[in-house]
Each structure stands twice: as structure tokens, then as C-alpha cells.
Design a protein around this ligand. Structure first.
Ligand code: UT7
Length: 336
């Protein structure tokens, strides 16, 4: 007898952004920049910043998980596993996922962190999907969360205008309807580490008075090189995944790209021949929240998606890491 393929369907979403806003006008007071330059070169108008020193990435992830649980009507104890994609864990050791399980009361879940920078959520989504497809687990939460304000140098105008804080989460459950994660293509090119990193604070160059004085504990980026590589990486990944799944741009209902720069998104759309009305963009409100950009889009725009919609997700980030995921939207628990 032919058994129907089990896929991992998204059945609930949650998100969180801090209340505090950092606008372009405020940045004008901090570094030599202008609202006009930032808007024209990046599309960003404001970002959210987690200012409470008692809170960190795990807390934003917990807020997103709580919204997701509320949305789904599930109890914390029903969750089997949690994967947290982040580049800004609360501490280098231990995993922030442990703190999320503890603070959100996920008493029966095991959890771990995954670091693939801005591509982290897509990598984690594929891991979560594999756990569901293995039929060992029935409810897996995948989160993308980053507190970029903790690793950004607010005297460096090249980087401080770009990033914000936030968290987004999805619940994966087994489905036999054909909805869920259908396919993914991922790439890694370690030559990219030189172009985008936080050089110090890890095992190579532990934090010291010197690394703090030279700003090596903060994000450093060769923006132009990353810009070009991001356009090529995201468009190539989309083309490859569409070809492999016999999809034309007409078959794809929505494109959700990583939100790093509006000009990158526009260039990817142009290459793919995607009309802007099919592309989800919220960068103007949140800036680049690293692993959180894609799940925050899923959270923000969930009302626009219908069962059966073909959705392409694509990301590019430090590492370099990049790729694309083909997802068929299903039915959210709250719609059932
Ligand atoms: O999440 C994945 C990783 N990140 C990305 O994907 C980001 C990729 N890169 C970018 O988004 C863009 O490269 C940036 C937004 C970072 C920079 O835009 P750009 O068009 O590549 O500008 P640029 O770095 O070539 O700088 C152009 C000029 C320079 O002045 P000169 O040398 O031409 O006199 C910069 O010093 O703009 C200057 N500049 C600024 N001016 C005002 C750089 N940052 C600023 C600023 N305000 N904030």
C-alpha cells in the first residue's frame, strides 16, 4: 500500500518586537548620517531595540513562543522540541534554547541553538521539518531570534543603521495533505567570513580590553561585497529550487526574502521576474533582525496566506550561508 508522504506543516506562528523604536532621525543625532541616505540606500525607516538590560534574545524568543501557544491553543507541555536560530545567544555557554524551554515552561521539550546567521531560520526550519518527517516528533517549534543591538557599534555608521531586534516562531506538525516544507537548497562558503563577522569574543580572540578598545567585539562588514553576493546567492537559490520543483514565477504566490536591504530585495525580484505585490517586505519597520526577519514576515503577513499557496523563502547571511525553501501554506490551528 502506498503511504502518503508526511510533511511538516506550519500550524501556528508567533512574533515579538520590542516597544522601543530607533528611528533614522534618532540615528542622525548619533552618527553622521541622514534619514534620506538611510531610506534611499536601505529602505529602513526605524528598528526596534530591546533596551531593558535584564532582557535578552531568549526573552524575545519566549514572548514569540507564548504568542504562538496562545494562537494554537496548545499547552507548553505538548511541545516535543525547540530549535532556536540565533547569532546572539544570551551567553556564549549555555544554549539560549535551554533558557527558552525553562522560561516558557516547555517541560517536555528538548532544545538547541543553531547558528547560521541570517540564514539561521531557514536552516532550522529544515531541521525541524526532518524531525517531523522522521515521525519521532509531533510538535516542533522553530524560532529565529536576534538581539543585534548587543553586537552593533553605535558609533559605526556603516553598520548601526542596518540592524534591529526581534523574534519570530513557527510550530511544525505532521501533515498528509501535501502542505508544509516541500524542499530546500542550502549553501555555505567560508570565504565569506572575512566580509561579515564579529571578529572577537569567540575562542579565536577572546574578549579583552584591547578587543573592546578596537571595536572587534562588534559587527564588521564589507557592505558592498556582501550586497553583491546576497543578490546572486538569493536569486540563484530561488531559480534552482523553482526548477527542481517545476515552478514558474506564476506558480509562486509569495516570495519572502531575508530583509537586509530593500535594494537587495528589489534586485532579487527583478532577476526572478517577480512583481512587487507578491513580495513581502517589512524592513522599513524593523531593519535587519538577522535570523528573525523571515519568521517575523510570516507572523506579520499570515492573514494574506491561503491554504495551498506556494511560498518561497530565501536568505543570505554571514558565513556566507544562504539558500531557499519551498513551502506550501496549510491551515493554522486557529482557523480550524
Ligand atoms: O543580512 C545580510 C548581511 N548584510 C547585508 O546584506 C547588507 C549588505 N550591504 C548593504 O546593504 C549596503 O552595502 C550598505 C547599506 C551597508 C551600504 O550601502 P552602499 O550603497 O554599498 O554604500 P557604500 O558602503 O558604498 O558607501 C557609499 C558612501 C560612502 O562614502 P564615500 O566613500 O563614497 O564618500 C560611505 O562612507 O556612503 C557613505 N556611507 C554613509 N553615508 C551616510 C556609509 N554609511 C553611511 C551612512 N550615512 N549611514
Amino acid at each position: 500500500m502506498n503511504k502518503r508522504r508526511i510533511t511538516a506543516e506550519i500550524t501556528a506562528v508567533g512574533g515579538y518586537v520590542p516597544e522601543d523604536r530607533l528611528t533614522n532621525k534618532m540615528l542622525e543625532e548619533m552618527v553622521e548620517t541622514s534619514d534620506e541616505w538611510i531610506t534611499e540606500r536601505t529602505g529602513i525607516k526605524e528598528r526596534r531595540i530591546l533596551r531593558d538590560p535584564a532582557l535578552a534574545t531568549s526573552d524575545m524568543a519566549v514572548f514569540a513562543v507564548k504568542k504562538l501557544l496562545e494562537d494554537s491553543g496548545l499547552l507548553p507541555d505538548e511541545i516535543d522540541c525547540l530549535i532556536l536560530a540565533t547569532s546572539t545567544p544570551d551567553q556564549l555557554l549555555a544554549p539560549a534554547a535551554s533558557l527558552v524551554c525553562e522560561k516558557a515552561g516547555l517541560n517536555n521539550a528538548w532544545g538547541f541553538d543553531l547558528n547560521a546567521a541570517c540564514s539561521g531560520f531557514l536552516y532550522a526550519l529544515s531541521m525541524g521539518a526532518s524531525l517531523i518527517e522522521s515521525e519521532r516528533y509531533k510538535k516542533v517549534i522553530v524560532i529565529g531570534a536576534d538581539q543585534m543591538s548587543a553586537i552593533v557599534n553605535y558609533t559605526d555608521r556603516n553598520t548601526c543603521i542596518l540592524f534591529g531586534d526581534g523574534a519570530g516562531a513557527v510550530l511544525l506538525e505532521p501533515s498528509t495533505t501535501g502542505a508544509g516544507v516541500i524542499d530546500y537548497i542550502f549553501k555555505t562558503d567560508g570565504k565569506g567570513v572575512a566580509c561579515l563577522s564579529v571578529p572577537a569574543g569567540g575562542s579565536l580572540e577572546p574578549a579583552s580590553v584591547d578587543t573592546l578598545a578596537t571595536g572587534r567585539n562588534y559587527v564588521q562588514q564589507d557592505g558592498k561585497t556582501v550586497f553583491k553576493a546576497a543578490i546572486k546567492g538569493m536569486s540563484d537559490a530561488c531559480v534552482e529550487i523553482m526548477e527542481r520543483n517545476n515552478l514558474t514565477e506564476q506558480d509562486v504566490n509569495w516570495l519572502i526574502p531575508h530583509q537586509a536591504n530593500l535594494r537587495i530585495i528589489s534586485a532579487v525580484c527583478k532577476r526572478l521576474n517577480f512583481p512587487p505585490e507578491k513580495v513581502k517586505v517589512n524592513i522599513q519597520r524593523y531593519g535587519n533582525t538577522t535570523a528573525a526577519t523571515i519568521p517575523l514576515c510570516l507572523w506579520d503577513f499570515q492573514a494574506d496566506f491561503s491554504p495551498g499557496d506556494n511560498i518561497l523563502l530565501t536568505a543570505f547571511g554571514a558565513g556566507f550561508t544562504w539558500g531557499g525553501t519551498y513551502l506550501k501554506w496549510g491551515t493554522l490551528r486557529h482557523n480550524n
